[in-house]
Design a protein. Sequence first.
Length: 171
Amino acid sequence: MSERFVYTTPLDPLARPLVEELSYEYETRYGDFYEREGGPREMEKYPAELFSPPEGGNFVLLLRNGEAIGGGAFKRHPDPGTAELKRVWAHSALRRQGLARRVVQELEAQALRQGYTRIYLTTGFRQPEAVALYLGQGYSALFDPSAPEGTYRSLPFEKILVQAPALARAA
């Protein structure tokens, strides 16, 4: 079994499983919410270009034997030195194997390589597994996690990135 990270674009055909499954998941979890709110659906909010190096972002796929099994992205946040994590995903048939955790760690390392010192992200109020993932990866909740479920529409987190000593010496 061969696994590797590949930096690409959301428009890459290899990304199609990620985009399609993530779109379906957002629709099944939030479709009624989007209809009531009248706003754009999550996967329609950002152009692919925001997730590329010239614009300050990046997009990664975790491939297993050449097929996407996970992925995620970040884009430049308005706050200087801050990247905003988006679209972290693991294939639904392969969840609970640490794939999303590995994707988050890879994105953090890439954000550091691109000069970011902080990561900001939001996850939806209907994604408790994402909340657990980010808390487990050392992110600080920028909301009251003890508030009743449904209190907040969007759940923001942040993490200050620290360069590993070996990386700092190499730089």
